[in-house]
Design a protein around this ligand. Sequence first.
Ligand code: CBF
Length: 803
Amino acid sequence: MDLSKRKFKEDFKKMLTEVYSMDISESETTEQYVTLGNLIRSYSSKNWGRTNQRYIEKKKKQAYYFSMEFLLGRMLKSNLLNLGILDTVRDGLRDLGIDLEEIAQIEPDPGLGNGGLGRLAACFIDSMATSEIPAHGNGIRFKYGLFKQKFVNGYQVELPENWLQNGNVWETRKMHAAVNVRFYGKVWLEQTSAGVLEPHYEDTQEVLAVPYDTPVVGFNNDVINTLRLWSAEVPPQDDITDYWSYIHQRNQIESISEVLYPDDSNYEGRLLRLKQEYFFVSAGIQSIIRHYKKMDLSMNHLAEKVAIHINDTHPALCVPELMRILLDEEKMDWEHAWNVTVNVMSYTNHTIMSEALEKWPIEMISTLLPRIYQIICEIDRRFTMKMSTLFEREIVERTRIIEGGHVKMAHMAIIGSHSVNGVAQLHTTILKEKVLHDFFLVYPSKFNNKTNGITQRRWLMLANEPLCDLINRKIGNEWETTPTELKMLKAFRDDEKTLLELAQIKRLNKERFAEHIKKTMDLTINPDAIFDVQIKRLHAYKRQLLNLLHILSLYFQLKDDPQADIHPRVFIFGAKAAPSYTYAKQIIKLINSVADLINHDAAIADKLKIVFVENYGVSLAEKIIPAADVSEQISLASKEASGTSNMKLMLNGAITLATLDGANVEIRDRVGEKNIVIFGLREDEVYQYYHDGSYQSRSYYENNPVLHRVLNGLIDGTIPGAEAEGRSVFDSLVQYGDEYFVLRDFEAYADAQKHIDQLYRDTLQWQKMALINIAGAGVFSSDYTVQQYASQIWDVSSKVRNI
Ligand code: CBF
């Protein structure tokens, strides 16, 4: 948008007076933040309205991305950047004696997600608006995001993340668009005089779903899409007779949108999750249908105007919910309704880990959602009937929705969608050949791959301004809208001046991060050390343990020989463990205890340091990633669907140290073998082990002296304060089979780390690798990913840029 500095300053002062009746000298950072937020909203509101109007007038087909998580990150600077007024506002504020950076820190970082899945959804909505795709997000407005992580004596403690405490400048409550969502009760079908079956309900619980809309601003265009998040409320009642029971009911209802991922280790917690899933699915679909009806088209044409995307299994109830509306409310017959539903729906699988492939007990789903359960039964019945004529009984049994007393959500999503995609080439291949092989036999043409991506706006333009400036000086800024243009950087691969500038920028970012760590953790880290980063959820398959065992091996090496030729390293971890995942929490404690040991050992000095940042999230990632030298992507091959921190880190010039898992494979293909360090078992070798059952972790413990010593270190008192955790980890690796082949890959990993150590010593060579990584990162832009979703899955228009 066009905005002069003079106009901005006037607007800002005016808004401050309007909102707070203050002038600048009286205002504090919080007021300045809210004022700026309101101003940005007012700047964008015209285009927001226009975008919606355009979609309606042109009867555009729109896509709706249903996701339990949207891990947005702070939005102030991102909105300013996308509106094209970041520099103007920064300068204008400076003239007014205000520091934009300080204001930006005030914004709460909404933790409405857990990790890659939620952050992907956030990158996608940014890219959809930027790529001019008529597509919106649909989710839950959780009052509390994912827990706030604290370390107490090295243990993870979960605290509430009250991100809405001081309001949310970006959202608008849309009471007029509220809808009712129905739970529980009895349902029966009666034939109407017209001969159609009509459901009748009794004793249901009604929940009012109220939408809060947030504008999603496209980059340098006038497109503003919508993120609609639903809040659960009690429907208005005039006849409250029993106040206390009303309060009880209100609390119960409001708990639906209270917290992301309630503890699912008990029945109540699991029930609440199921309620949440149906809540945002039903509210979202009802509102889509309401909107569709404004176009005055027949329901038979729904799929020509609406695409609904099921992001992971959480929104899989979209399938029976749309069927319910088409059958019960729109009076369509089953075949037509099913045809429309399948054409509307598409599904992304984000993991092969069985614990994430949700299934719900029949008893739970039939009590909570009786009509939906009837519909699921009918989908299942028709599926098994049809497939029995075409496939072997075993295949039909393995693919049906209702099995073993449970409703399988992934099966429902696959059967009810026209497209099923994985999130990296390898992941999609594993889905087709292994995890979902039966479905691939049944529906080969549904399967496709869409490799994940990240937005270069947040992860480079905002997070790493010095690098961005360098790139712009070297190759211009076309890459900002056509990210593959980053490849032009390759022309500078042998240009010493550029490589040294790159080194200087990395050094600056490392100094900044070191200052942050000094301030927040009172820990001194050496910016000349290699900053080695592993930032991702804590999960055994991601193998933070492999990293830790290697750190211990370096520690022992230095204890034995203080002069050992090891380049100083700072190992940086950021990770939350699911509250009920005991093993992951033990690993956190163990890492923290090892950090305590090493960081306080005067003999080690600054040769080794461990930084485990508390409460890792988007804002911290924005600080860590630009400062990273090494990107740890060391999951057991086959287990990481894609990974996205690998893409953010390479974009910022970190060198990937990786197994051939997820999108690492495509990163390797992009940058070439020489510019990535690969180690460890390949996916086919892992499956071979599964097949022949020949892996004996104990033999690695017994035969590798370094590993032997490291593992003994877990149980011999070397690590004070973590005796129980050390024992548990030791047992899991040595006694109980080492599920994720940590010991098997240890030696290869340690060698790869040695290689990194050697490579780093040659600054020019290292920076050349970094430059090639940055140059190769453009294809992993989420702009391209969503453009492929738009054209190949949703069939909606987009502004396609060359890949
Ligand atoms: O596809 C996005 C990401 O999703 C996960 O985080 C998930 O929660 N299933 C996967 O673990 C990542 O590999 C993947 O990049």
